[in-house]
Design a protein around this ligand. Structure first.
Ligand code: SF4
Length: 213
């Protein structure tokens, strides 16, 4: 079976297993997802969802956050870890939105990528979740699972994984597929423990599992 065929099977199996495929960061406006995705680096989405409530209570819109001093932001976001650099990036990013985009989130990948603190993973997430465009979000779960399953071969670099997946995942499937990999990575194909292959819907097609047998 080639990688495209394998990808098709994995996509369909994960759809059945996880019919909902939503981002686990809470947001109701695009700029809030930009903030949350920066805070989510090395932090759980659950914690980010709590911390942003305090942040938005004090700074309810782009202008308020852009006007805040980075250390005021840091004071609130430090429970997410890396508070200093996250606050600095959020401040700079909101100032660019205010000064260059009239408080809106830009709609192209390259413009998103140029925002302070926004990398390919975040830019893809915004493209997919906010604008409904094709997206491949290569977070830690995506990288671990696609290597184990055999969709990519020993690639750890996020951009290289993304580029390899663009070749085998139908563009319109990419965003939901990556959300489902996160769910599967948390619940079954876990990082810290031995993966629960005995209850995995991909066991018969997964390279790591079938090679062990
Ligand atoms: S069979 Fe095991 S290693 Fe493969 S995806 Fe499932 S849990 Fe992960």
């Amino acid at each position: 079976m080639d990688k495209k065929e394998l990808a098709g099977i994995v996509i369909e199996r994960l759809k059945k297993e996880y019919p909902g495929a939503e981002c686990t960061l809470d947001y109701d406006e695009a700029w809030k997802l930009l903030v949350s995705v920066r805070l989510a680096a090395q932090c759980t989405d659950a914690r980010v969802n709590v911390v942003v409530e305090d942040l938005y209570a004090k700074f309810p819109d782009v202008n308020a956050l852009a006007a805040a001093e980075p250390d005021e932001i840091e004071e609130i976001v430090k429970p997410c870890g890396l508070g200093h650099s996250k606050a600095r990036d959020i401040s700079a990013c909101m100032r660019v939105l205010r000064d260059k985009y009239e408080g809106k989130v830009p709609t192209t990948f390259d413009e998103l990528l140029a925002l302070p603190g926004v990398g390919r993973k975040s830019a893809n997430l915004i493209m997919g979740d906010v604008f409904g465009k094709p997206a491949i979000v290569t977070d830690t779960h995506c990288i671990r699972l696609t290597n184990r399953i055999g969709l990519v071969d020993g690639i750890k670099d996020p951009k290289k994984v993304e580029m390899a997946l663009w070749k085998i995942i139908p563009p319109e499937e990419g965003n939901d597929f990556c959300h489902r990999l996160v769910l599967h990575g948390r619940e079954v194909c876990t990082a810290r423990t031995k993966p629960y292959c005995d209850r995995c819907c991909l066991a018969d097609v997964c390279r790591e599992h079938t090679e062990k047998k």
